[in-house]
Design a protein around this ligand. Structure first.
Ligand SMILES: NC(=O)c1ccc[n+]([C@@H]2O[C@H](COP(=O)([O-])OP(=O)(O)OC[C@H]3O[C@@H](n4cnc5c(N)ncnc54)[C@H](O)[C@@H]3O)[C@@H](O)[C@H]2O)c1
Length: 421
């Protein structure tokens, strides 16, 4: 008998089209197989979006490539969608709308996969983790850069002791202006590129090097996406200080922007450098890869430096057309984790399997604490700056609380989160 997982999808924007769509289409065509759980039929059963237009257009254009899913529309579409009955649901709405949809998914008894950053506050994270625990469900987050082969090699070297003790480093990610100006115009007001993409590197640093987050500072610039004194940010620079078990510290700078000129050849330019006691790691998404020019197509219609590791469309050597890369692999991996919990053996051993999958720190929400803490700190520092109070510092787990914001010249700190992070 074929086992089945009915899936829900909240949000069908850019990331749905890039990664979820090819994942669901491939799963429909080929199924999901593992010797431990057998053949699993993954079916996109229901979707929830603001207007339903993209979902309708996709149903029309995809034809037989996708199951005839139900289409829910409006601000409460996620809450309606889960009533259709799904086994797991993916949340890919704008980042400040992750929490409500994720809560609805878990409350309905479905496993959750939410886009990065999972949520914007530790208070929200606590609620989702408690819900998942209480309902016996997986609650996981997508940080696909952990599956980038270059980042996996870095982590393997750290794990194996080839690199000894990280001391400091920097990461930068530059998005083109079309992202802030056109793609995200519906929801970008009051938002910043740090929360949107620095979280990838916060997680990479947190997961790869471990340690305890101590301090977060941040600055940013305004005036292109929105007014120069407003709450919408063009670019941000954050610094995190970590402390390790031996008492030594490391510092990391993460620079992000979504106002890079559209014709810059490094479309989504990504760079990291980490320095260790005994070595240095330099990785550059553009320099590792392709440089391609086609008259009339690059760099706008076709990318000059496409990242085929993340996501590429190919004619395979055996003739088949495919779309593959770590951006898709990470979603399939989650569906395999759900299949393992539900189908890989006796029902009475489900809790053991559930706990085994929950222990995977790379994507479990319970392991996302320091990343969410850094995002919450960044958001609070930028909000203070926009309100005329720049240069605030957030300290983690000090005498006054778990996440405490200090404002220059103000005697009383703001406790953003009371319990220990
Ligand atoms: N993994 C990655 O590298 C990556 C890349 C891009 C985006 N993302 C993440 O994916 C999420 C979505 O980004 P995007 O680029 O697809 O954005 P987008 O603006 O292209 O699409 C957002 C989608 O959410 C829907 N939506 C908005 N509010 C909703 C609500 N209340 N209920 C239901 N649907 C709602 C919209 O209708 C739209 O379909 C963000 O969290 C972003 O951080 C991740």
């Amino acid at each position: 008998m074929t086992q089945q997982l009915r899936a829900g999808m909240v949000g069908m924007g850019m990331i749905f089209d890039e990664t979820y769509r090819p994942f669901f289409e491939k799963a429909r065509a080929a199924g999901l197989y593992d010797r431990r759980f057998g053949d699993v039929d993954v079916q996109l059963a229901a979707v929830a979006t603001k207007t339903g237009k993209r979902a309708d257009a996709y149903l029309q254009s995809a034809g037989e490539k996708i199951h005839r899913f139900q289409n829910f529309v409006g601000d409460h579409a996620a809450q309606e969608m889960v009533k259709a009955g799904v086994d797991f649901a993916c949340v890919a709405t704008p980042d400040d709308r992750h929490f409500a949809a994720s809560k609805a998914v878990l409350e309905s008894g479905a496993h959750l996969l939410v886009e990065k950053p999972s949520v914007l506050k530790l208070q929200e994270l606590d609620e989702l983790v408690a819900l998942a625990q209480q309902k016996g469900l997986l609650a996981k987050v997508v940080y696909h850069k952990l599956l980038d082969p270059d980042h996996k090699k870095l982590r393997t070297f750290v794990h194996d002791g080839v690199f000894q003790h990280v001391n400091n480093g920097y990461c930068s990610l530059l998005e083109p202006k079309q992202i802030s100006g056109a793609q995200f115009s519906e929801w970008i007001t009051g938002r910043n590129p740090g929360t949107y993409v620095a979280c990838h590197y916060i997680k990479l640093i947190d997961f790869t090097f471990g340690g305890r987050l101590k301090t977060v500072t941040a600055s940013g610039q305004r005036g292109i996406v929105g007014p120069k004194h407003g709450t919408t940010w063009d670019s941000t620079q954050m610094k995190m200080i970590y402390e390790y078990a031996d008492g030594r510290e490391a510092a990391f700078d993460i620079h992000t922007s979504w106002v890079t000129p559209d014709n810059f050849p490094g479309y989504v330019e990504q760079e990291v450098q980490f320095r260790f006691d005994n070595g240095i790691w330099n990785a550059h998404s553009r320099k590792r890869g392709i440089e391609c020019t086609v008259e009339g197509l690059t760099p706008t219609k076709l990318k000059t430096t496409m990242n085929t590791h993340y996501n590429g469309t190919f004619v395979e050597p055996w003739g088949e057309r495919s779309q593959r890369g770590y951006g898709i692999e990470v979603l399939e991996r989650f569906a395999r984790e759900v299949s393992y919990v539900e189908f890989a053996g006796d029902k009475n051993q489900r809790t053991e399997r559930l706990n085994e999958m929950r222990a995977l720190a790379y994507n479990d929400l319970a392991s996302d604490r320091q990343t969410v803490a850094a995002v919450q700190a960044l958001e609070a520092i930028l909000a203070k700056a926009a309100a005329g109070h720049p240069d605030c510092v957030v300290r983690v787990n000090d005498a006054r609380g778990g996440l405490v914001l200090y404002q220059p010249g103000s005697p009383e700190p703001d406790v953003l989160y009371g319990p220990r992070v």
